[in-house]
Design a protein around this ligand. Structure first.
Ligand code: OGA
Ligand code: MN
Length: 229
């Protein structure tokens, strides 16, 4: 079955913009130590501990050469598309996207590594890998990926730019986590972090992590998902 990319996500309008002030008040969000320490910050230590166990950010997951290999494979196809800016009901603003099933050897090698660290062994995956190219002015609004088409785990590589992913609890918007996603890192969202929290990628002007500006340039993400169990 081919799932249209736009069906993968549903917008949570209630949560839209609920968190934009938080990121600007640096005092309220101290870095809380955990796994890849400085990369996760949140509304409370407890939340970082509980939900943090279902969130991973792995820095330098790919090398510059591997990033180059992805760009060489993806750019020719992406360049033929135009960035979409004005679908008011879209979860994403300023983007173009595609999907890919077959890859050259070095990209396939990386994807094998992603699958082996992110997904339980034997877990059936959504066949095509999803590629999302965000313009420098683009951003992803709060949403939860469709539970009908995607399973418990979402794993994404970030190419070309650092960015901030914000998770906000769907039924308690004062509970949030910010993830700093460095260029060439891998993030993984599992279980609660994937089902009970919206996720979003902040626009450049809101891109502040623990009081520190994180310039958001054009960003390409390479996203793997599993199928519902
Ligand atoms: C999505 C999404 C995150 C990313 O496409 O549903 O949340 O890293 N993407 O681009
Ligand atoms: Mn999503």
């Amino acid at each position: 079955m081919k799932v249209p990319l736009t069906v993968l996500r549903r917008v949570q309008t209630a949560a839209v913009f609920s968190g934009h002030l938080r990121s600007l008040s640096s005092g309220a969000s101290r870095p809380l130590p955990l796994r890849d320490q400085a990369l996760i910050s949140g509304s409370s230590r407890e939340l970082v501990q509980i939900v943090g166990s279902q969130v991973e950010v792995r820095t330098a997951f790919i090398t510059e050469e591997e990033e180059g290999a992805f760009l060489r494979e993806l750019e020719p196809g992406l360049r033929k598309k135009r960035y979409e800016f004005d679908h008011w009901d879209d979860a994403i603003h300023g983007y173009r996207e595609t999907e890919r099933v077959t890859w050259g050897a070095s990209c396939e090698e990386v994807l094998k590594r992603v699958r082996s660290v992110a997904f339980p062994e034997g877990s059936p995956l959504l066949g095509p890998v999803h590629i999302l190219d965000l313009d420098k002015a683009g951003y992803i609004k709060p949403h939860i990926d469709s539970v009908k088409f995607c399973g418990s785990t979402i794993a994404g590589l970030s190419l070309l730019s650092d960015s901030i992913m914000r998770l906000v609890k769907e039924d308690a918007t004062s509970e949030w986590l910010d993830l700093l996603l460095p260029r060439r890192s891998l993030y993984i969202l599992r279980d609660q972090a994937r089902f009970n929290f919206t996720h979003e990628i902040l626009k450049d002007q809101d891109s502040v992590f623990n009081g520190q500006r994180v310039p958001r340039l054009r960003r390409i993400s390479v996203i793997c998902r599993n199928l519902p169990g």
